[in-house]
Every structure is written in C-alpha cells, then in structure tokens.
Design a protein around this ligand. Structure first.
Ligand SMILES: Nc1ncnc2c1ncn2[C@@H]1O[C@H](COP(=O)(O)OP(=O)(O)OP(=O)(O)O)[C@@H](O)[C@H]1O
Ligand SMILES: [Mg+2]
Length: 367
C-alpha cells in the first residue's frame, strides 16, 4: 500500500472549492459536532461559518424532528454508494424556522467511525413558490368552473328564450295569419259581382299569406321544434335531417337505437342542438355526399355520432379550442358529464362523437 501526500497547492484548491462552493456543505463528527461548514451553509444558518464550527449540529434541528435527523445520520453510515436525503424543519440562528433538505452520499465507511459530509439546502423559497403555483392553479380551476357554469347558464337562458319566442311566433303570429287566411277565403267567395282582377288579387294575397304562414312556422320550428317536446327526439332528428336534404345537403339517414321511452328534456335538447351544429358544419365545410346521424343507448350511456364522407377535418380543428362551434359542442357535452371528440373518419370524412352518461334507472320514463 502506498499513499500520496497532497501538495499544498492541491489542498488549497480543494479547500477553496469547498469554502466558496455555490452549494452549502457541512461536515460533522461522529459525536455530532460541526467540523466544517462553507460560506453558503453559514449564510443559510445565519452565522459566520467560523461561529458554527464546534457547535452540535442538532441545535439547528427542531426538537420534534431530531429523530428524523438521527435516522438520516445512521443511514449515512449504511450501505456504500447510496444517496440519502431528508427534509426537515430547521432553525436559523435568529430562531426563524425554515424547511431544510439534507443530502449525503454514503461511502460505507460508517458514520460511527468517520465524519459525515452533507449538502444543505433551504427549501423555503421553493415551498413558497410551490404554494403560489398551487394557489394560482386552484384559482384557475375555480375560474374555469365558474366560466363553465356561466356558459351553461347562458345556454339555458338562451334555450328558454328560444322556446318562448318560438311559442309566441307560433301561437300569436301563426293564429293571426291563419285568421287572415280564413278572412281572405271568405272574401274570395263574395266577389262574383267584382271584376276578375279583384278576384285574382285576393287569390294572390291568399298565396302570399299562406307562404308567410309557412315561413313563420319554419322559423318557430328552427327556434325550438315543437316535435321535440311533443313527439320526442327521434322525430325531431328525422325532420332536421330531412330539412338538410331540402337545402341541397348530402343524402342522409338517422339511426335511432335508444331503448328508453323518454329522455330527460335537457339531454334531448342538447342532442338536438349538437345535431344542428354537426349538420350545419357538414353543409358548410364537408362537401359530403352522404352522412349518418346515430344515437345509441349502451350501458347507461347515450352515444351520438355524426359521420360524413366529405373532405375530413384538419388536425388543428381536432385539437383546437378556438373555434366557437366546436367549443360550444364540447361545453354542452361536458355540462352533462359527457365527452366530445372530432376526428377523421375511417377512410374519409369526419366523425363527431359525443358520449353522455344517463341515469342508471329509467328515471325519466315517467317524467
Ligand atoms: N364535418 C366537417 N367536415 C370538415 N370540416 C369540418 C367539419 N366540421 C367542422 N369542420 C372544421 O372545423 C372548423 C371549426 O368548426 P366550428 O363549427 O367550430 O366553426 P365554424 O363552423 O367555422 O363556425 P361557426 O360554427 O362558429 O359558425 C370548421 O371551420 C371546419 O374547418
Ligand atoms: Mg360550425
């Protein structure tokens, strides 16, 4: 065995590295006295490093966590080549508490026979920063929930308003136009002694009146299909799809495989509005020849899909959160505890899928 005697230069360099390292280091004896600390460790503990040397390190450890500290020291003496870390509340010289982190690398020489060197870190700022981040995160989550609730509230109000306007248009305007039609019809039977142009003018007015009545009924139906309330979702969807056909849209079909007799009105109107947006998107963007709307009930879930054979949807739209039509659909689905996705279909086209959980029992069947 041979030993190397370090040169004074080497000792000086190593000492300098220890003393002025940006990391804090302490070295303590088997009896727990501080043998050496560097400048950074002194700064953390609030003493000049010279003042600390010779002090039992336990004075910086709170009484309640002294056991944790002693266990850390025993671990240091344990198996060779392992890193040991402990976090514990500690004191500075002025009595201020901080959260310390001690880390050592055990060489296996045994704590009881040799001194122990460990790195010391003050985690106060990190903990504070984590606290601030956590608080911001909570605030953000709360704001998101608030915004979602507000959106839902606005959607519900809009839905209610549409229902009211639709019924005003249907019941008030519709009745007046029907009455006017009856009046014109009556008038047309009393024009025998009038010139022909009076008779034909009355017929023109009758035609104009019944066109206006159809337009008004159509408007009321678009605002809130009476069928949805009267006959249910299936017929309302069939009418919606038929309307798309009339407007030059793709050929389409509705597959309706829902076992329950009735659905919660909120679920019905949500599916109806989702279908409206899907159809409007297909008309506007897809350039499709065919599309299928499917509503299936499966394991207490409603699965709604709108599949077309058009040009497909871009990745940005599939991931994005900036486009209002798609955001609205996602929000409606989330409001009912469901999920929304839009993707390219198998082969070609676009597939929108919305899954909405249903109550396990047939709660709504007697509604
Ligand atoms: N069936 C589809 N086929 C092809 N592209 C689609 C389809 N559905 C949606 N997209 C694409 O996704 C984009 C976002 O749709 P979204 O409904 O959010 O907006 P929009 O229809 O352009 O406008 P808005 O719905 O607000 O009137 C569309 O601009 C279109 O590029
Ligand atoms: Mg749209």
């Amino acid at each position: 065995m041979w030993t190397v005697t370090p040169s004074p230069d080497l000792v000086g360099s190593v000492f300098g590295l220890f003393e002025f390292s940006p990391n804090a280091y302490c070295r303590i004896s088997p009896s727990g006295l501080v043998i050496a600390v560097n400048v950074k460790a002194g700064a953390i503990l609030g003493l000049s490093h010279r003042e600390i040397v010779g002090t039992p390190f336990s004075v910086f450890v709170t009484e309640s966590t002294l056991n944790t500290f002693n266990r850390f020291l025993c671990d240091c003496a344990g198996s060779s080549g392992s890193v040991h870390v402990c976090k514990l509340p500690m004191y500075r010289r002025d009595g201020a508490e901080f959260l310390g982190r001690l880390e050592t690398f055990s060489t296996g020489t045994g704590w009881c026979t040799s001194s122990c060197t460990f790195a010391l870190e003050d985690l106060t700022k990190l903990v504070e920063a984590q606290g601030v981040l956590e608080k911001r995160d909570n605030e953000l989550q709360a704001a998101t929930i608030e915004l979602r609730n507000l959106t839902n509230h606005v959607m519900n109000i809009r839905e209610e308003e549409r229902r009211r306007i639709a019924s005003d248009i249907h019941d008030d305007l519709g009745q007046r136009l029907t009455a006017m039609n009856l009046g014109l019809h009556w008038l047309s039977t009393k024009t025998d002694d009038q010139p022909d142009f009076v008779h034909s003018r009355i017929l023109e007015l009758m035609k104009m009146n019944s066109d206006t009545l159809s337009a008004v009924q159509d408007l009321a139906r678009r605002l809130r299909p009476k069928l949805l309330d009267k006959l249910g979702l299936k017929d309302a969807l069939v009418m919606l799809v038929a309307d798309i056909g009339k407007r030059g849209g793709p050929t389409s079909k509705v597959v309706y495989e829902v076992a329950r007799a009735t659905l919660d009105p909120i679920v019905s109107i949500t599916i109806y509005r989702l279908a409206q947006e899907c159809l409007s998107n297909i008309l506007k963007h897809a350039k499709a020849n065919h599309m299928t709307l499917t509503l299936r009930e499966e394991d207490d879930q409603l699965i709604f899909t709108a599949v077309d054979d058009g040009g497909g949807v871009g990745r940005k739209e599939q991931d994005g959160n900036t486009s209002l039509g798609l955001i609205g659909m996602r929000e409606r689905a989330l409001h009912l505890g469901g999920s929304f996705s839009i993707s390219n279909g198998e082969g070609s086209g676009t597939k929108v899928e919305i899954v909405i959980p249903l109550s396990p029992k047939d709660t709504y069947d007697n509604a």
